[in-house]
Ligand binder design. Structure first.
Ligand SMILES: [Zn+2]
Length: 219
């Protein structure tokens, strides 16, 4: 049974790879949002507790998140249903709690898989999006926008939204690095970290991941 933590920066293609893995190995993908939604919708005690923080605009405490994860994964364990955690754990204390939870379930994490993409490439990917001033269509220019490029739909002027500008992107990447570097170290020290070169088209990255799974005897 596969129990996977997926790590990768914004623009790393982590979401795409999670979807491919989900299909290929019949896994359930769980993001923090998914976990919270599942539980708050069912209006369980944990769900209600989580909602009380969300309603105040506060972060749901780790203990509550792990409580939800424990409950959901216990159900998966009994059915032999593998899963991918995407966006959780986000901090070392969360990662410690996750491993403790797995230990109590008497099972092991398959791996923490880092989709590794150089920062320049992430910046290139994330700043390639332009938006039409007239019709709001978005266009991607992975090799840079030609100076005279117009909206392919209506011929309108293209501009870059604040979120897509390099300065904003660099800030986002810095936040990611600050949060994730300790997490990478945490999994590496425990021999759980695997790294896949993500600097390629999604199909190639996916093949690399499947090769790695094969090598590790994961199916
Ligand atoms: Zn347009």
């Amino acid at each position: 049974m596969i129990r996977l933590v997926l790590l990768g920066g914004p623009g790393s293609g982590k979401g795409t790879q999670a979807d491919i893995l989900k299909q290929k190995y019949q896994l359930v993908k769980l993001s923090t949002g998914d976990l919270l939604r599942k539980e708050t919708e069912k209006n369980t005690d944990l769900g209600k507790e989580a909602r009380s923080y969300m309603d105040k605009g506060e972060l749901v405490p780790d203990a509550v998140m792990i409580g939800i994860l424990r409950k959901i994964t216990a159900g998966f364990e009994s059915k032999g249903q593998g899963y991918i955690l995407d966006g959780f754990p986000r901090t070392v204390p969360q990662a410690e709690a996750l491993l403790k939870m797995l230990e109590k379930q008497d099972v092991e994490l398959s791996m923490a898989l880092l989709i590794d993409v150089p920062e320049e490439e992430l910046v290139r990917r994330l700043t390639s999006r332009w938006t039409c001033r007239e019709c709001s269509a978005t266009v991607s220019f992975p090799d840079g926008k030609p100076e005279d490029a117009k909206c392919p739909k209506c011929g309108g002027e293209l501009y870059q939204r604040e979120d897509d500008k390099e300065a904003t992107i660099l800030k986002r990447l810095n936040v990611y690095k600050e949060n994730t570097a300790p997490l990478i170290g945490f999994f590496r020290e425990r021999g759980l970290l695997e790294r896949v070169d993500g600097n390629a088209v999604p199909g190639t990255v996916s093949e690399r991941i499947q090769d790695l799974f094969e090598k590790k005897g994961i199916k």
